[in-house]
Design a protein around this ligand. Sequence first.
Ligand code: FAD
Length: 431
Amino acid sequence: MSTVLFWHRRDLRFDDNAGLYKALKSASAVVPVFIFDRTILSNLPPTDQRVRFIHEALQRLQKNYQVFGSELHVYVGDPVAMIPKIAIELGASAVYTNRDYEPTAIQRDQEVKARLAELQIEFIGAKDQVIFEKNEVTKDDGLPYTVFTPYAKKWKATLNAFYLKPYPNQQYATNLSALNAPTVPSLEQLGFSSAALYDFPSAAWQVPVISAYHQTRDTPAILGTSRLSVHLRFGTISVRELAKVALQHNETFLNELIWREFYQMILYHFPHTVDAAFKPAYDRIVWENQEADFEAWCNGQTGYPMVDAGMRELNATGFMHNRVRMVVASFLTKHLLIDWRWGERYFAEKLLDFELASNIGGWQWAAGCGCDAAPYFRVFNPEAQQKKFDPNWTYIRKWVPEIGSANYPAPIVEHRFARERILSRFKEALS
Ligand code: FAD
């Protein structure tokens, strides 16, 4: 009997899981494993809802495995040490996993691979979280695209049925190991609270929402977008399945899935963008970085209703509508002249769907310093954005009920002054 491990990370599903399929085809006893990474958990507050989301997803995954007489083996620790240790204990000849393209994940995987190699155990990756990875969509000269539109065009031209084919894992489920697993630790045992601060969006997509997406996606007051971001983030849905739905029903929606892959590709090829501007000249900008302004922004107390509504939505639900993400990010960087990295970190703490590549991409786009970013002189006017995208004040009233009363603060900065200040400050840095 040949035993291998399958290591789940951001792919918390059984169906159409590429790496799991590879593992099942290769061995007669596949042991599915998940590790709560202590190095990540130790930096999170006990109420972090992402940990609750993962914990719930693992319980569903456990049930999937139990249907086939198998069990998910859940551990807590540092995966660099744990994976080789478990592989040895269970007599595994290989460890399979799905590739992750974030710089720290790449580094971790290199360390795991090296340690396994010393033990003569193979480490085998698969592509699962994107349709095209690394160098699969490049310019004709082989260099990575840095502009979205030609990238998307080539992405679509490269796509064919092969890339969307689901992996039929059920067919090979008899190759799952029947080994008993340790009990899954409770959230409390992990040092987290099981209290729900808010509900999680459903993983079931709504075809009517996707069909009307091009007309509804910019209206934050309605459910006009899919709310699937957290499921794409943790792999609780398959991107291949979703891309098929997009192809069938709405090209604008498909383009958004391509933006997600574009940013993952950019982060993979330009890892310096984790904490530096894609365009180096923008790192010369002298930011104001006023703590009091930052606090007002975080708490939704800037006196700009669209900005405040967005920040309060984020704080209360872990979600913010994309249109509003653009408005609040532009406001922080351009009206308040606060370093985009401060905003990026705040989003990283609060967003349920936080995903490094899209977050960095979104922030650098808004600040004007990213690849294919909004030009720096495009300063969103929050009032004009409200008139266009929340004309009846429905979204704003939901999150800022005291609007119009004496309890609502006056604007912390004047729009025209802020606009002139940013234009001259950016011009100075870039000249
Ligand atoms: P839909 O509009 O239904 O889109 C479908 C899917 O396409 C999304 O779930 C997402 O996976 C992808 N997508 C949509 N828009 C974008 C985009 N602009 N860039 C990349 N992927 C996109 N998205 C994240 O998933 N994680 C983040 O941490 C994140 N941070 C952001 C920060 C800023 C400043 C900005 C402007 C955008 C950010 N986005 C991020 C992108 C976008 O706002 C969210 O993906 C979207 O709002 C999620 O809602 P939805 O699932 O209803 O998206």
